[in-house]
Ligand binder design. Sequence first.
Ligand SMILES: NC(=O)c1ccc[n+]([C@@H]2O[C@H](COP(=O)([O-])OP(=O)(O)OC[C@H]3O[C@@H](n4cnc5c(N)ncnc54)[C@H](OP(=O)(O)O)[C@@H]3O)[C@@H](O)[C@H]2O)c1
Length: 278
Amino acid sequence: MSTYLVIGASGNVGAELARLLAEAGHTVRRATSRAPTAPDQVRIDAASGDGLAAAMKGADGAFLLAPPGFAQQDRLLVPMIDAAKAAGVGKVVLMSAMGANADDNVPMRKAELHLEASGLAWNIIRPNWFMQNFHTFWLHGIVAEGAIQLPVGAAKGSFIDVRDIADVAARLITSHELDGRDFDLTGAVALDHDAVAAILSRETGRSIRFQDIPPEAMRQGLLGAGLPADYAEFLVTILGFFKAGYAERVTDAVARITGHAPRRFEDYAREHRAAWLV
Ligand SMILES: NC(=O)c1ccc[n+]([C@@H]2O[C@H](COP(=O)([O-])OP(=O)(O)OC[C@H]3O[C@@H](n4cnc5c(N)ncnc54)[C@H](OP(=O)(O)O)[C@@H]3O)[C@@H](O)[C@H]2O)c1
């Protein structure tokens, strides 16, 4: 059995990845920026790089992500990659985001390129927008206004369930079969936000609609919620890419790597219906 470091281990993807690896009998080091409360946790600060060397030491594999809130993700990810290299980690799986490789100057792409050139065994996974955003980031508007309020028009997204991302990551980190390859990860179908609202309405019994809003209203809402200005700008920019249709593509990577079809939005909505009924 092997030892794996999971960055973001209390988050959407990392918690499920840590669970899958532990269930398979591996030793998991769950990274946290907080004071550890369990023996399998290791403290790191992705912003300063503190704790990375100790967390990587002796690990057979490391799962890397940049926590949300940082617009210059390469500044966090490059030190993680360098720490993995210095520690001789056997495999790195980096999660960036679908579309990040459209331009080599995009911060996440810079980190991807750094990993590719590192000499480490690697995979890069680029998930599309998460289904789970609807009961986290977008929850407030849905509960308070009965509306998904986003500047995305009628464009569709092939939303992915974070459990499928974790399943892919678990398979990649524990094997060298697919080393040196990158994968865009999506759900099985693309839905527009009217369709998402209809599913949420059906599953909750509440009337939930989609409201297209101007990008400036989105920016003000994000700033009002306390997000740093550069991160709010980053989110508004990538929502613009969504509106332009770049989130519509469907890939078969989840099925090819995991052997099962991606989870459906309807099932995600049913399982999380209580979140929208508060
Ligand atoms: N949401 C989407 O639709 C989407 C789509 C594509 C890609 N992505 C990418 O996915 C990533 C986020 O993944 P996720 O949703 O699984 O994460 P998440 O749920 O936001 O969790 C990230 C975890 O990182 C930890 N963290 C926060 N600040 C930290 C710091 N300074 N140092 C170390 N750890 C820190 C936190 O745990 P502690 O509190 O324990 O420290 C947090 O639980 C981002 O890079 C985002 O760009 C997101």
